[in-house]
Design a protein around this ligand. Structure first.
Ligand code: DLL
Length: 433
C-alpha cells in the first residue's frame, strides 16, 4: 500500500509549508502570465508583474478571479496549456447559465487523487477497506475524485455512483462496505431507508463516511453517525479548484485541514476584497500552487468560513477551515435580515427533526413571505391538531430566536419532501428581484 498520509508535508512545521508555497507560487504566477492572456491583462491592469510576487506575502497584489471571469473566458480562456497536454474536463452541477468547465493534465489528476487519498486516510481508511463511492460519476467531481483517492489508498472501490438506493444498500450489506462517500443528505436518506428495511447501526457494516458537496450542520452529523453507526467526516472542494479533497476533516472532526502544499487559502471581506486576519469570518479565496492546465489564482469561492492554524491533536499542522457557514450567494436576505439555510437546519435538528425541509420565500405586497416546510419524523406524525400546533409553535419560537425574524412553519407528513441523490434543493426563492 502506498502511503497517502504524508507526515513530511501534513505535519511539517509552518516554516517548511511556507517554504514549499513560496517556491511554487512565483513559478505558478509566471506560468499563468506566460500562458493565460486573460489573466495577464488583469495583472497588467493592476500594474503587477510576475517579478512582484516573490512569496505568499505578495499574493494580495494579484487580481481576483470570480465566477463572472470564468463565464467570460468560457470555455478555453483560462486554459494554461495546449489541449494536447490535457486529459480530462469536469464541470459543475449548476443548472443556470454556462457551466463551469475545469481542465486537467494527468499531473493535475494525480494531485487531486492524492488529496482524496489523504482524505480517506484521515477518515481511517486503509487498503483493507471497502469504499463505496455514491457520489455521482461523470461531469460532477465527487465520483471521479473519491474513486481516484480510494484506488490510491488501495481500498476495494465500489463505484456505485448516485441513485438506485436499493442497489446501494444491497452492495453495502453484501460486500460489507466500510466507508461510504456521498452527500450528507443522501447519507441521511440511505440511513433512513436502511432502518426501514430493518437494519440497525449495529448490523450496518460501515465505519466511516466522507460527506460533502453541500452545507450540513453538526446536528445532522450526529444524526447520521447514530443512524449508520459510523464516524462522519466533512470534505470540501470545488470544481474550479479541482474537486473534493481541497480540505477534509481528521479524527478530531473539528475543521477541515486544507491541503496547503497545493492550494493557498485566504479569507477576504466580500464587500471590499480586503484580506482578513486568521479567525475572522469572510469569503474563502484559493490560489492553485501547482496545477498546470487550469491554474486559478485568487479565485473567489463565495463560500463563507474562517481559518485557524493550531497544532491539531492528530499531528497535522496544516491550516483548518471551519465548517461552511453558507455561500455569499446562498445567503438569503429576508426582510433585510441575513438568513443561512444552515441556521434553520440547526434549529430543526435540535428539536428532533431530520434535515428534511424546504425554504420558500416569496414577495407579496412588497413584503417578503418566509415559509419553511418541515417533515415530521414518523414517530411525531399525528392527526391531533393541538399537538401539531404545539410543535409548530416551538419551532417558530426557536427559529425566531436564531434568525431574529419570524418564519411560518408548515409541518408536513414524513417522506413528503422530495429526496435528493446528490445535492439537496433547500431553497425555493420565488421573489422576482
Ligand atoms: O461539490 C466538490 C465536492 C464533491 C466536494 C464531493 C465534496 C465532496 P461543485 O459542484 O463545484 O464541487 O460545488 C462546489 O459546493 O463552493 C461549496 O459551496 C459547496 N461545498 C462543497 N463541499 C462542501 C462542504 C463539489 N463540505 C461548492 N460543506 C462549494 C458545505 C460544500 N458546502
Amino acid at each position: 500500500m502506498e502511503h497517502y498520509f504524508q507526515p513530511e508535508i501534513e505535519c511539517a512545521p509552518v516554516e517548511k509549508l511556507r517554504e514549499i508555497q513560496n517556491k511554487l507560487l512565483p513559478a505558478q504566477v509566471q506560468h499563468v502570465w506566460d500562458n493565460v492572456p486573460y489573466y495577464r491583462k488583469k495583472m497588467q491592469d493592476k500594474g503587477v508583474e510576475p517579478g512582484d510576487i516573490k512569496s505568499v506575502d505578495d499574493l494580495y497584489k494579484l487580481p481576483f478571479l470570480t465566477k463572472a471571469d470564468l463565464k467570460e473566458a468560457y470555455p478555453y480562456g483560462l486554459l494554461a496549456l495546449p489541449l494536447e497536454d490535457c486529459v480530462r474536463i469536469q464541470s459543475t452541477s449548476g443548472t443556470t447559465g454556462k457551466r463551469v468547465v475545469s481542465f486537467y493534465t494527468q499531473h493535475d489528476i494525480d494531485i487531486w487523487d492524492e488529496c482524496c487519498a489523504r482524505a480517506i486516510m484521515m477518515a481511517g481508511g486503509t487498503n483493507k477497506d471497502v469504499c463505496q463511492v455514491s457520489y455521482g460519476y461523470g461531469l460532477f467531481t465527487g465520483g471521479p475524485g473519491l474513486n481516484g483517492g480510494s484506488h490510491k489508498v488501495g481500498c476495494l472501490t465500489i463505484p456505485t455512483s448516485s441513485g438506485n438506493t436499493e442497489r446501494q444498500i444491497m452492495f453495502i450489506m453484501d460486500l460489507q462496505a466500510t466507508i461510504l462517500c456521498c452527500t450528507p443528505s443522501y447519507a441521511a436518506y440511505l440511513g433512513e431507508s436502511m432502518h426501514e428495511m430493518g437494519y440497525t447501526a449495529e448490523t450496518i457494516p460501515l465505519k466511516a463516511g466522507i460527506f460533502g458537496a453541500e452545507a450540513w450542520s453538526e446536528e445532522m452529523r450526529r444524526d447520521i453517525e447514530k443512524t449508520l453507526g459510523i464516524k462522519a467526516y466533512d470534505i470540501y472542494g470545488l470544481t474550479e479548484i479541482s474537486g473534493p479533497g481541497v480540505s477534509c476533516e481528521c479524527s478530531e472532526q473539528n475543521g477541515m485541514h486544507i491541503q496547503e502544499d497545493h492550494f493557498y487559502p485566504e479569507i477576504i471581506n466580500p464587500e471590499t476584497g480586503e484580506v482578513l486576519p486568521e479567525g475572522q469570518l469572510g469569503e474563502l479565496v484559493f490560489t492553485c500552487l501547482d496545477k498546470k492546465a487550469f491554474p486559478l489564482l485568487r479565485y473567489r469561492t463565495r463560500d463563507i468560513c474562517s481559518l485557524k492554524r493550531e497544532k491539531c491533536p492528530c499531528g497535522r499542522t496544516t491550516i483548518k477551515m471551519t465548517r461552511l457557514k453558507g455561500r455569499t450567494d446562498d445567503m438569503l436576505i429576508i426582510r433585510g435580515v441575513n438568513v443561512f439555510p444552515s441556521q434553520i437546519e440547526t434549529v430543526l435538528l435540535k428539536n428532533g427533526y431530520a434535515a428534511n425541509y424546504q425554504i420558500i420565500v416569496d414577495r407579496v405586497n412588497h413584503t417578503d413571505t418566509f415559509d419553511i416546510n418541515v417533515e415530521m419524523t414518523p414517530d411525531m406524525f399525528t392527526d391531533n391538531v393541538g399537538e401539531v400546533q404545539g410543535r409548530k409553535k416551538i419551532l417558530e419560537d426557536g427559529l425566531r430566536s436564531m434568525l431574529g425574524i419570524k418564519a411560518k412553519v408548515n409541518l408536513v407528513a414524513p417522506k413528503s419532501i422530495t429526496r435528493s441523490e446528490g445535492k439537496a434543493v433547500r431553497v425555493i426563492d420565488k421573489r422576482k428581484i
